[in-house]
Design a protein. Structure first.
Length: 411
């Protein structure tokens, strides 16, 4: 079984909730250094993570810790499809788009004190925590009801091990914004540092219920729960089902990015052919396949998949997707051009039909007439070939390929 097939099977099993089987299917491909391998690792880690949550809810804390530790080893701190998308954008030579993907993965809400928050963040990144603390202190005087400022101050104090002071700001943040997952997480970590595992588990459980995509948070929850259980302290793990929601949300976000950002696919296709094509475009094809599972009737997605499959040399599959694109949208010029080009060496009459349909739908382009001229020449219709080349040069008088083809016919 190829890595691409194993990836598709693993994702299918994962989405059915068959996490152990998904992990087994993805394990080998996840060991590759390719982009497809990274996608496989993402779902392998998610499978371990979801299995760990199920074990934790069943009270099997030790087994849960083992599975969550596996998830952490595979994925690191957080499972983020946005990071994978950013890597694809970077590979396509689009660093601006990659940066946007990463920013979108961690962007927070627009608050009343956003400027102060941004300034404090810049100061922290510059290694000036005292200056950042002053900025936040001044901002809180002006915006005492801003939950984001309390969160950031609490986070800064917690990182400086001032846990009691951090708790005051984090509790205020929760009062102002009860759904702040970050505030609950850091409250849990402060309680753990203050040797209060039951209180830690309560806040960490709430954080995980709000943000079930956080691998480390679930791991910390299991640790706190086990510590509380060892002391005979009752802890109720969250039972709000985080098994399906985060995965649908992650997949929906992925589908949205792939569906919306046609320029990313086109930019990647402009890369010169090289030894990394199978890895790069294999991963992109896998992403497009996932998108098509959600939006099968999107002609543009079928067209992009056909382009990628053609790049991979999988012409039969490319033709199938191009056909589907023109079935959905009979006026889709670029899909007719692609399908006609793919069929030129196989079904010349069908190829001509699609190229003429492209012209009739608004694709009266010089390169289309060059292809039509080539088909006419192969059929022995030299007069038609000359007419097509003449039209190509009428559209673009500097079209060297058309000039050369016309010269060959005159020879």
């Amino acid at each position: 079984m190829t890595d691409a097939m194993a990836f598709r099977q693993g994702v299918h099993l994962f989405r059915q909730g068959r996490y152990d089987e998904a992990a087994a299917a993805l394990a080998e491909a996840a060991g590759r250094a390719s982009l497809l391998g990274k996608l496989s690792r993402h779902y392998l880690g998610r499978a371990h993570y979801q299995a760990g949550l199920a074990l934790a809810r069943a009270g099997r804390l030790y087994d849960a810790l083992m599975r969550l530790r596996q998830a952490r080893q595979v994925l690191g701190d957080r499972a983020s499809l946005a990071v994978l998308l950013a890597q694809l954008c970077q590979a396509a030579g689009s660093p601006d788009r990659a940066e946007a993907q990463l920013q979108a993965a961690g962007a927070g809400g627009e608050g009343a004190a956003k400027v102060e928050l941004d300034l404090a963040d810049l100061q922290l990144r510059a290694g000036r925590p005292q200056q950042a603390a002053l900025t936040l202190h001044d901002a809180l005087r002006r915006h005492p009801q801003d939950s984001g400022l309390h969160l950031r101050m609490g986070l800064l104090l917690a990182q400086q091990e001032q846990y009691w002071q951090a708790k005051k700001h984090l509790l205020r943040c929760v009062e102002l914004a009860s759904d702040s997952a970050d505030a609950h997480y850091w409250l849990g970590m402060c309680e753990a540092a203050l040797d209060a595992p039951a209180a830690a588990a309560t806040h960490l459980g709430r954080a995980c219920a709000l943000r079930p995509d956080q691998i480390v948070w679930a791991y910390q929850l299991a640790l706190a729960s086990r510590a509380a259980a060892q002391r005979g302290l009752p802890v109720e793990l969250p039972v709000a089902a985080p098994l399906s929601v985060p995965d649908r949300a992650s997949l929906a976000g992925l589908v949205e990015q792939i569906s919306r950002d046609s320029e990313m696919v086109l930019a990647m296709l402009q890369l010169p052919e090289n030894d990394a094509d199978d890895e790069l475009f294999g991963a992109l094809s896998g992403l497009l396949e996932l998108a098509l599972e959600q939006h099968e009737a999107r002609a543009d997605l079928h067209h992009r998949q056909a382009l990628v499959l053609d790049r991979l040399g999988r012409q039969d599959e490319a033709i199938a997707h191009a056909r589907r694109a023109v079935e959905i949208n009979p006026q889709f010029v670029q899909a007719h051009i692609l399908l006609g080009s793919l069929l030129m060496g196989r079904q010349p009459q069908a190829a001509e039909s699609h190229l003429r349909q492209a012209v009739a739908s608004g694709g009266d382009y010089a390169d289309v007439h060059l292809r039509l001229a080539d088909l006419a020449r192969q059929a022995g219709n030299l007069e038609q070939a000359r007419a097509e080349l003449a039209r190509a040069l009428e559209i673009n008088g500097n079209y060297e390929q058309a000039k050369a083809a016309l010269a060959d016919l005159a020879a």
